[in-house]
Design a protein around this ligand. Structure first.
Ligand code: PPS
Length: 572
């Protein structure tokens, strides 16, 4: 297709309306169905509206979607390897029809765009996963998003933008494709090699990008993704501060940093091709593709989803048609004997090579151990340590779960005192009875109310953990799924230590401190945990304690030892 260079790199499909037309749309929109865009969809809309996704002019309709899946092309023959579709719930879709309009809003309700509905359909998502990701395995984050979290119905149609999605962070580093191209022109940059990343950049990345720019005699565009990346990645605020430090290591006026609000799919080879198209829209002439570009890592059996150089092979196949020159790279490794980074295939025989994986880097950050100078730059390490302090400085939650009368509150009280004796962090106790008095006084003991109660505890504990404190929770929390949800809320911010207070029901009933078991047996209380309501015991708690077999002091001590072994406290 000879027309490619034009649509991807020439005229951008910028889709904003202004003046009276915009005002008219705004007024009319009051009568349209309104859809609150998810963060992922908001990223797509931003790139559809600003030309980053040229030649797309809106969300794909079925014909384009099918050719994109089958042959990585649109119906007009242009390369486009990743579906860009608007997924909505079946319930929302039931009120829509072709020809109608939808008001697309951001989470604050701001009207971002109007979608002229061309078509609605229920996709075969298994087929989409198999064709786009090469797998239907939900341990692939893109597949999990598609099969487990996306809406059942796709709505295709052209978009008209009313308002740019607002950003308040790093505003001077955000550029539309047109703005970036204008900057290149202003600076007299004609050859631009773009570098895609979703990770902090260290010496190896600096060396790789520097070599790439030198090799093709181009200026360098650091173009990190700040939309959605893989969960568990270093947050973009920290990364951007790191990139800003890194900029100082390049020769002056050779390199630029600009942020890309893309929602990544982690689709490996197809995604690499997509990234090249997007960078062409942003004015790049060259694009770096390294090892395992946009790969999500390994599947459940430990096998990588994509071969390390599959992405390079696919981009290579299409680069002439695309009009973007790929700059391929092997993984760079450090050779201590030469004090130099070299591509893996250029390391001379009998030389040692060193590398630090992402997992190893996270371990060193957790433990506060050395991150060598050959690996990164001091200011970048400092920035990472500031955002990801060692575990001894992070907050954590000890979540004690067990039957009524198991001894949760007694242990929690003793543990609170011991932690206060150790000092260093504030301790908050979220005991079952206390929470029911202060946070959940209107709730009863139905499954729905218990879940709500536990999720409230989880929310408060996650805030305490986020701010570096200690939350001690001691609810019954009888349901496994709800406890997992709480773990997910807390772990991004610090430690989550689940302690199963596994005192047997016979012992709890024998103690019957509040006389509730007797009442439950007589049928005076209904839905009592362990009697006529289930308790789902944790399968893999960090610790299990039976208070029939130890004293309160021993129980508290075993939790302290567990915290010490996990690195959250340094002396028990
Ligand atoms: S839950 O399920 O986690 O929301 O329960 P929780 O908030 O921890 O419950 C706190 C106390 O409520 C008393 N109580 C009951 N427990 C279980 N089932 C029923 N139906 C019930 N009704 C009242 C009970 O004494 C719990 O206190 P603890 O401290 O666990 O003994």
């Amino acid at each position: 297709m000879s027309g490619l260079i034009e649509p991807h790199g020439g005229m951008l499909c910028v889709r904003y309306t202004q003046g009276p037309e915009r005002e008219a749309l705004r007024e009319e929109s009051a009568a349209w169905p309104s859809w609150d865009l998810t963060p992922r969809q908001l990223c797509d809309v931003e790139l559809l509206l600003n030309g980053g996704f040229s030649p797309l002019r809106g969300f794909m309709e079925q014909a384009d979607y099918q050719t994109c899946l089958q042959s990585m092309r649109l119906t007009n023959g242009l390369l486009w390897p990743i579906p860009v579709v608007l997924d909505v719930s079946a319930q929302f879709a039931s009120g829509l029809h072709a020809g109608a309009r939808i008001a697309l809003r951001d989470p604050e309700g701001l009207l971002i765009a109007c979608l002229m509905i061309g078509e609605l359909w229920t996709p075969d998502k298994e087929q989409e996963a198999a064709l786009v990701f090469g797998t239907t395995d939900c341990s692939h984050p893109g597949v999990a998003q598609l099969l487990e979290r996306s809406g059942a119905v796709y709505v295709g149609g052209e978009l008209m933008g009313l308002e740019e999605p607002p950003h308040y962070d790093f505003t001077t580093l955000r550029h539309s494709p047109a703005a970036l191209r204008a900057l290149f022109q202003q600076r007299g940059w004609r050859r631009i090699v773009a570098f895609q990343t979703r990770n902090p950049m260290h010496r190896a990345h600096q060396e790789l990008t520097f070599r790439a720019a030198k090799q093709v005699q181009a200026n360098l565009l650091l173009h990190p993704v700040v939309g959605m990346t893989k969960s568990g990645d270093i947050d973009h605020f920290t990364r951007v501060r790191c990139y800003e430090h890194l900029l100082d290591t390049y020769p002056e006026q050779t390199t630029m940093l600009s942020l890309l609000p893309l929602a990544m799919r982690m689709a490996g080879p197809r995604e690499a091709l997509w990234h090249a198209i997007i960078r062409k829209n942003y004015g790049a002439t060259h694009f770096i593709v390294g090892r395992d570009h946009a790969g999500p890592g390994k599947d459940k059996s430990g096998k990588p989803f994509y071969g390390p150089y599959d992405a390079q092979a696919l981009v290579e196949q299409h680069q002439a048609e695309l009009g973007v020159v790929m700059v391929p790279f092997q993984q760079l490794v450090y050779v201590p004997e030469l004090d130099q980074y070299l591509p893996q295939d250029e390391v001379p025989p009998h030389h040692t090579t060193l590398d630090i994986s992402g997992t190893e880097l996270r371990r060193r950050l957790h433990e506060g151990t050395e991150i060598p100078a050959w690996f990164s730059f001091p200011r970048i390490v400092q920035e990472l340590r500031r955002s990801y302090p060692p575990r001894t400085k992070q907050g954590f939650t000890v979540f004690m779960t067990g039957l009524s009368g198991a001894g949760k509150s007694t242990i929690a009280n003793a543990l609170q005192i011991k932690l206060m004796e150790l000092g260093g962090r504030r301790v908050s106790l979220l005991d079952g009875d206390l929470v029911r008095k202060h946070l959940s006084s209107e709730l009863g003991f139905s499954k729905e109310h218990r879940d709500l109660n536990i999720l409230r505890i989880g929310y408060v504990a996650s805030e305490i953990t986020k701010h570096g404190g200690i939350a001690l929770c001691a609810p019954i929390a009888p349901y496994r799924a709800t406890r997992s949800a709480v773990r997910e809320m807390i772990e991004p911010w610090g430690g989550f230590i689940e302690v199963h207070v596994a005192t047997a029901i016979e012992v709890c009933e024998h103690r019957d401190r509040k006389g509730l078991y007797a009442k439950a047996r007589q049928g005076l209380i209904r839905g009592f945990t362990g009697i006529d309501d289930p308790y789902e015991a944790p399968e893999n708690p960090e610790l299990r304690i039976d208070t029939a077999l130890c004293t309160v002091a021993e129980a508290a001590q075993s939790i302290l030892l567990c915290l010490e072994s996990l690195g959250f406290i340094s002396a028990a």
